[in-house]
Design a binder for this molecule. Structure first.
Ligand code: UD1
Length: 415
């Protein structure tokens, strides 16, 4: 089993360039089969999750080439029975429901997987696609869906689910007539998907607001596209910068997308200087405690809850962290306790009492963002920390060790 060995306490300073967002690229890949034209996506960090989606598309019949982190897709589909293991490894594979229904009228899809951070139902996806005319049957371990014809409709989402908004948007683009998604997710990744589809000739209006209007078109054409930078990768390096003694410049960010994170950092007495597409974050040993409640965008992102909590373990006082999006997203807490953190869990609330320093321990990453939180904790802790389960972390952070080493950190991957 591979693991990280991290020698904590090194000062981190320098500059890091953020990669394109995994969570923006996955829906784009799923949606690429809506056209028969070529799809080029630039700046793709070839993370494990992205590799899995690429393999699934190849299994369906797409021809995909990769050079220098640019993907060229020839979106051919010959196989719409994708009840295969790869699908179970990825939450975003559920987005193939919308695109395959649109392209093939029928799909058999394995159950989506992803991080173990809650039950992660897909009822909102199913409700929305059913409204558009799909018949969906959930079998033991797989989904069967068909739609003679997809037709535009009004869909109200009980919760602004990112994935459900994306799935319905994907299915609606080539549907007949007008689709309106109400209480839609407003996350930047949703807007990025809409921009991608619009660059192919789709007619999507209002992405980024809670009402998205989609006018069905007959056909989509070829496209070349650069996805948005990863706001969670940026936030993770911000947390590292805050606790590791130096100052880090983080380039290739969209300030507006990380505004909710910057605001919390400033509240914690962390100096953040904003440039046009870059920020600089300065470390301090006087981190102020704060309260965090995860919320849909533009609230504080649930994906930043764990990295932020690592930072708050050494704040000067007591912070309260409330997780409202996923019910099982505190898997990192038990590991942080092993390092001497003082955290009390009560359901969806974590009370974090700041301690002076964390100490090294043997840890296990249990999910992607929780794993990143442990890397941050290990980088600031005294001594040498071992983190197992790092396959979770590799799903979402491209060239993490290379970046940390370039900043002056001491990290080794043992395979
Ligand atoms: C996406 C992100 C994930 C992020 C999350 C919230 C990707 C690949 N993943 O996940 O990193 O943490 O947004 O910002 O983009 N829900 C239902 N029924 C559904 C769908 C969702 O009850 O049909 C619930 C979920 O269980 C969860 C909440 O809604 O409690 C939010 O989920 P959602 O916004 O759909 O997240 P994902 O798209 O899965």
């Amino acid at each position: 089993m591979s693991k990280f060995i991290i020698n904590g306490g090194q000062k981190l300073s320098g500059s890091i360039k953020i990669h394109s967002s995994k969570n923006a690229i996955l829906p784009i890949l799923a949606a690429s089969i809506l056209t028969e034209g070529d799809v080029e996506i630039y700046d793709v960090p070839m993370l494990d999750d992205i590799k899995i989606m690429v393999e699934i598309l190849k299994y369906c019949g797409c021809r995909i080439g990769e050079t220098n982190n640019n993907l060229t897709i020839k979106p051919n589909v010959v196989n719409n029975d994708i009840n295969i293991e790869m699908v179970n490894k990825l939450r975003a594979s559920v987005l193939l429901l919308g695109s395959m229904l649109s392209r093939c009228k029928k799909v058999v899809l394995g159950m989506p997987g992803g991080c173990n951070i809650g039950t992660r139902p897909i009822d909102l996806h199913i409700k929305g696609l059913t409204k558009l005319g799909a018949e969906i049957k959930l079998n033991q371990g797989y989904i069967e869906a068909r739609a003679k014809k997809l037709k535009g409709e009004k869909v109200y989402l009980d919760f602004p689910s990112v994935g459900a908004t994306e799935n319905i948007m994907i299915a609606a683009v080539l549907a007949e007539g007008e689709t309106i998604i109400e209480n839609a997710a407003t996350e930047p990744e949703v807007v990025c998907l809409a921009n991608f589809l619009n660059s192919m000739g789709a007619k999507i209006y209002g992405a980024g607001t809670d009402t998205i209007r989609i006018l069905g078109v007959d056909k989509l054409h070829s496209v070349s596209f650069i996805p948005i930078p990863d706001r969670i990768e940026a936030g993770t390096y911000m947390a590292m910068a805050a606790v590791c003694g130096g100052e880090i410049e983080i380039t290739n960010v969209v300030i507006e997308h990380i505004r909710p994170i910057i605001a919390k950092f400033k509240e914690c007495n962390i100096k953040v200087i904003e440039g046009e597409n870059a920020i600089k974050v300065f470390s301090t040993d006087k981190i102020k405690p704060t309260d965090i409640k995860t919320l849909p965008y533009p609230g504080f992102p649930t994906d930043m809850q764990a990295p932020m909590m690592s930072m708050l373990t050494v704040a000067k006082g007591t912070s309260m962290v409330i997780e409202t999006i996923f019910e099982n997203r505190f898997l990192h807490v038990g590991e942080l306790l092993k390092m001497g953190a003082n955290i009390k869990l009560e359901g969806r609330v974590a009370i974090v009492e700041g301690v002076k320093r964390l100490t090294s321990a043997k840890l296990e990453a249990k999910d992607l963002r929780g794993g990143a939180a442990l890397v941050i904790a290990a980088l600031m802790a005294d001594g040498t920390t071992e983190i197992e389960g790092i396959e979770h972390i590799s799903r979402g952070y491209f060239e993490l060790e290379k970046n940390i080493l370039s900043l002056g950190g001491d990290i080794k991957r043992i395979v």
